[in-house]
Design a binder for this molecule. Structure first.
Ligand code: C5P
Length: 214
């Protein structure tokens, strides 16, 4: 196999990352959580104190210079960075600056899994497998709340739920690369599934498609 792309899209805290990592481990593909790119832009902007006038130009410059290592920056998973990231992700020049890096990653030798909001629709519409992973709002808020608590965050469940609603609204309503399920994506609702069940269904979907590729 030369290239093989698995595109995973869906709202915040639906389980995309967990499923993406499991697929990558199972098939020996590389995985990119594209949300971390937008989070890295937001974190660097917050740390640099560059909010306000001229912020879009500055954020686009940061986005242009991002590399894979920047997805490992400490503190990308906090609620504050999550909030800011969806604001920067709605800026056209920031999104444009991140396209070619993601496209190159998607066609890397040996297979790639990317998860985000616009992978199937914009970044890699020719992906061999497209999954739309979702879960009910309450389940997603609870998962994100548990995750933030584990990370030591001081945030209430209600704040997490409100953040999630705001972010979902911004991600689905923005004019550019809005979150949506493309027609040929397989819907995977993880609300009532354990991690094992969700990952095993996703792996089966990829295996079936690989079978067809042969
Ligand atoms: O997936 P995660 O919640 O870490 O993403 C953070 C934010 O980055 C999202 O709320 C969304 O606004 C943005 N994002 C995006 N396109 C992607 C991945 C993430 O707009 N492909």
């Amino acid at each position: 196999m030369a290239t093989f792309t698995v595109a995973i899209d869906g709202p915040a805290a639906a389980g995309k990352g967990t499923i993406g990592r499991a697929i990558a481990n199972h098939f020996g593909f590389e995985h990119l959580d594209t949300g971390l790119l937008y989070r890295a832009v937001a974190k660097l902007m917050l740390d640099g104190g560059w909010l306000g006038e001229g912020e879009e130009r500055k954020a686009a410059k940061i986005a242009e210079g991002l590399c894979l290592e920047d997805t490992q920056i400490d503190g990308l998973r906090t609620a504050e960075v999550g909030r800011a990231s969806s604001r920067f992700a709605a800026m056209p020049s920031v999104r444009r600056a991140l396209i070619s890096f993601q496209r190159q990653f998607s066609r890397r030798e040996g297979g790639a899994v990317l998860d985000g909001r616009d992978i199937s629709s914009v970044i890699a519409p020719d992906s061999e497998v497209k999954l739309f992973v979702t879960a009910s709002e309450v389940v997603r808020a609870d998962r994100r709340y548990q995750e933030l608590k584990r990370l030591g965050g001081q945030i209430s469940y209600n704040e997490v739920l409100n953040d999630l609603r705001e972010r979902d609204a911004r991600d689905t309503e923005r004019g550019l690369a809005a979150l949506r399920k493309v027609n040929d994506a397989l819907l995977l609702d993880t609300s009532d599934l354990t991690i094992e069940q969700a990952t095993s269904q996703a792996i089966t979907a990829v295996s079936e498609r690989m079978g067809h590729e042969k």
